[in-house]
Structure formats: structure tokens, C-alpha cells
Design a protein. Sequence first.
Length: 136
Amino acid sequence: MNGKFRFLFDDGDMAPEQNVLAAAYAIKDFSYSDRPATMNLLRKAAKWNGDVGDDFLSYLLGQHKNYMGRIGHSDATSWALHVLEIKNPSPSRSEVKQRFRELLRTAHPDTGDPKRNHDAAKRISDLTEARRVLLR
């Protein structure tokens, strides 16, 4: 494909689980260094509740249009502030970084509360994305 990807969305007979499994199998052909980013993309895709189309691709690519409303927030900043539990609507870069580190420690399975960390990977992914949104 010469480094270009083509997306074909079809309302065929495949269940969503089959599509995710097919994507996971396709990742084996990626270079080892590209696999973590690709798996993060799959995890992000699993959070999507809307139709598959341009908005979905914008969401996956980080072009935060209006997708946050579909997961309970009006915009990416609102969501990120909520995830990082920051009350200040305009936090400094150091405040964002400090809060991220604090919450990351509580989310990590080795240092956090095991009762709260049943899905540490998802929590860490959300914290990382929230930090990225606020520091861009």
C-alpha cells in the first residue's frame, strides 16, 4: 500500500468483536516499535459510541471535534480536566504534569489500591490522553 491506509466501512455481517480480532491479528505484521501505539489506538476505538465515519476517524486521530459529548463531555478540555480531577479551568503545565504523576501512581497496579485498579491499563490510557489534551 506504499505507506497509505485505506478504510472501508461496511454494514456487513461481521460482529464488532470480529473486527477487533481481525485488527489485533493484523498488528502482528507491524514493526515491534509500532505495536504499542497501534494497541493504544484499538483501546481508544473501543470507547467510541457513535457511528463509524469521519467523526470516528477524527476522534482516533486526536482531532477533537465534538466527540466528547458522546462520552459525557462537551469538549476535550472538559473531559481532560475531569479525568485529571483538576478544578482550575486553565491549569499551568506544571499543575497538569504534577496531577498526572500523582494519579498515575494511584492507577498503577504495583503502587495503587488493588480494589480500585481492576482496569489499570484503561485508567493509565485515559490519564495519558488527558495530559496530552491539556499540554498541546
